[in-house]
Design a protein around this ligand. Sequence first.
Ligand code: MLT
Length: 210
Amino acid sequence: MTTADAFVHVFEPASAPGAPTVLLLHGTGADEHDLLPLGRALAPGAALLSPRGKVDEHGANRWFRRLREGVFDVDDLIARAAELAAFVTAATRAYDLDPGRIVATGFSNGANTAAALLLLHPDLLAGAVLLAAGAPLQDREPDPVDLSGTRVFLGSGETDPITTIDQARLLAAQLGERGAEVTAREHPGGHAVPPRVLADARRWWQGSAF
Ligand code: MLT
């Protein structure tokens, strides 16, 4: 059985009573500490659960293998998303968190992984902030799961050379077709998160009643 020890992680308890939990999923080459300030800024007072991706790509932490930039090992992604989902469930129990109020926030490889959790484990998350995300299953059509009641914010760069805007739009469509309430914010930049997009994400979070 998977336990909360399955991933190296940081856990910060909520400082506000009844606050949701932010599941933070870092980008390639970062670790469990990278997105803690983002989590605090987006959701002040929330609990933070921040694991470290287990795939080692020449010393860089990732969540799943890729064959080269932009080409994923989708079978590995599916297996690792299942392992991560089991960890989140175990940590939810271990830290006595509300399982209905887990909201993922990810950047790049972490955002792709959060998108995979939404599409493959539709009951795990109440919502997600996906920054520089594309369609994680690539040319495979995701199952027709029910994501109604799930709120998703996407921040995507129109000139992103790594996660193309077409991939981001495909993900937005896949989520929307499955009933998620999608807010898609496109910016003129590349593989980054401009301050205005963060400000929009923060406003979106405040209006989301997680
Ligand atoms: C990926 O998941 O590979 C991202 O889209 C790109 C990256 O993490 O470098």
